[in-house]
Each structure stands twice: as structure tokens, then as C-alpha cells.
Design a protein around this ligand. Structure first.
Ligand code: ADP
Ligand code: MG
Length: 248
């Protein structure tokens, strides 16, 4: 009878962690206060884990990658300690910007996702998108008259990850939107982007040099740039598995 009542109360109070553990914990309880402390700790721990899972789901990461799985010996120009440090999320707290620049297959997206995953774990709301996906989204919102709402939605995330800037050139309208999305975060929240283009080449994706300059200014002020280099890891793994060492 008592157990049924306790369970009903724990459900009504939305304490699923306590509900799962209160029976087990009673076995090792020394006194009622220690018991209550244990039950509440179980609830808090469960909540913490669920909130991490929720943030990871919300971030829409395309796959899960970790900094531990990144082989830094393949990227001698990328400072390992600095990248590992990013995992604590302090750069998000400081509203800094990250740019991962380099040729395809060198691990830029891997690091972007890994930093996003670490941010979710450390309590930061994170959103992953490709540059093309972000622009399609913003253009659609603009045409539907819901751009302001969309920008407010993006603004709720402490960290915005933008993958693959530079693969597609943008129309004027799209560039203005990208500029708006980046400016809105400037000194207020963090952006981390990957790109295959050096800043000098950004005029290729932006319709004019002024627009490119304005975005670059906002990205590098309070920002860190990491340069990835070398041959493609995708190619390397393929050659490794075929054993033929084909040249591209
Ligand atoms: P990029 O975004 O620079 O084109 P990716 O991050 O997509 O490259 O890397 C391609 C694949 O190779 C991914 O599966 C990634 O996990 C892997 N990879 C690339 N570099 C490394 C590395 N240094 N250590 C471990 N895996 C790597
Ligand atoms: Mg990539």
C-alpha cells in the first residue's frame, strides 16, 4: 500500500530517477536522512543524463565523433592541446568563434562534431547545420515571412556549428541572410565553422568583397583559426583497405 502510494507520488512529482532507485537504495540505508539524500542524488543524476541526451538529440549532429578518437599525429599543424581544451566549452562561455580550415577529408567535420558533442555534455545548447542547409532554412523562412522567428530560434543555441562553408556559392539574398545570422551572434554567442576556402578565396562564395570582408571580420575578431592539412583521411582509409595504394 505504502509502496503504491510512494510510486504514485514520485510519478506525480515527475521524479523518475527516484522512482527507479528508491527500493534498491533502502537496502543499504543507514538512517532516513542518508536514505533521502541517496534517493535525491539518484534523481539528480538521472536528470543530468537525460538533459545531456536531450541536448545531443536537439543538436542534430550527423554522426557522433569524439576528440578522443581523433588522431592528432595526422594533423601536426593542429595544436592538440588547444583543440582538447575546446572540449570544456569555455570558448562558448567567452562567446568565441572557431574556424576549421583545410582541404577535404582532413578531419574538420570530425572535430566540429566532437566539439559539439562535448558542448552538449557540458550543458551548452548546440545546433549543427551545413552552410547550405542553414541558408535553405533561412531563405524558406524569409519567403514564408517567418525569418525573425527562425533567427530567434537559432539564437537560443549557445553554439552554432556551420559545416562546409565554401562548397556552394551563394546568391546575394542568401549571403545577406548568412551575414545576418553570423552578425546576430557576434559577441553574444559562439559559432564554429568549417571551410575549404582560405579567407582570400571567400570572394568566390560571396557576391562582393565587402560582404566577404564583413563576415570574415566578425569571425576572426574574438576567434581562433585552425588549419588542417595533408591528404584526405577518406582516401587513406580506402587505400588502406584495398591495399593497392591507388593515387587520386
Ligand atoms: P573534412 O570535414 O575535413 O572533409 P572529415 O572530418 O569528414 O573531413 O573526415 C573524413 C573521415 O575521416 C571521417 O570519418 C573522420 O572521422 C575521419 N578522420 C579524418 N581525420 C582523422 C583523424 N586525424 N583521426 C581520426 N579520424 C579522422
Ligand atoms: Mg567536412
Amino acid at each position: 500500500m505504502n509502496a503504491a502510494l510512494i510510486e504514485e507520488h514520485l510519478r506525480a512529482l515527475k521524479l523518475p530517477g527516484a522512482l527507479i532507485h528508491y527500493r534498491r537504495l533502502v537496502e543499504k540505508a543507514r538512517d532516513p536522512v542518508a536514505y533521502l539524500a541517496e534517493v535525491l542524488s539518484a534523481e539528480i543524476e538521472g536528470r543530468h543524463e537525460r538533459s545531456i541526451k536531450r541536448r545531443i538529440a536537439e543538436a542534430r549532429l550527423p554522426t557522433l565523433k569524439t576528440l578522443e578518437a581523433f588522431d592528432f599525429t595526422l594533423q601536426p599543424n593542429v595544436p592538440k592541446l588547444k583543440i582538447l581544451e575546446l572540449g570544456d566549452g569555455a570558448f562558448i562561455h567567452d562567446r568565441r568563434t572557431l574556424v576549421f580550415y583545410g582541404p577535404p577529408g582532413t578531419g574538420k567535420t570530425h572535430c566540429l562534431i566532437a566539439i559539439g558533442l562535448a558542448a552538449c555534455t557540458n550543458g551548452y545548447r548546440t545546433l549543427f547545420t551545413t552552410a547550405a542547409g542553414l541558408l535553405t532554412n533561412l531563405l524558406d523562412a524569409k519567403h514564408e515571412g517567418t525569418l525573425a522567428r527562425k533567427l530567434r530560434w537559432i539564437d537560443r543555441f549557445s553554439l552554432l556549428l556551420i559545416d562546409e562553408l565554401g562548397y556552394v556559392p551563394f546568391e546575394r539574398e542568401a549571403t545577406d541572410l548568412l551575414f545576418q545570422a553570423i552578425s546576430q551572434r557576434y559577441e553574444r554567442s559562439s559559432v564554429a565553422i568549417t571551410t575549404n576556402l582560405a579567407f582570400e578565396q571567400w570572394t568566390q562564395i560571396f557576391p562582393d568583397a565587402m560582404a566577404a570582408r564583413a563576415v570574415i571580420d566578425r569571425l576572426i575578431h574574438h576567434g581562433s583559426i585552425f588549419e588542417f592539412s595533408g591528404e584526405s583521411h577518406r582516401l587513406r582509409s580506402r587505400q588502406g583497405s584495398s591495399g593497392k595504394g591507388r593515387k587520386p
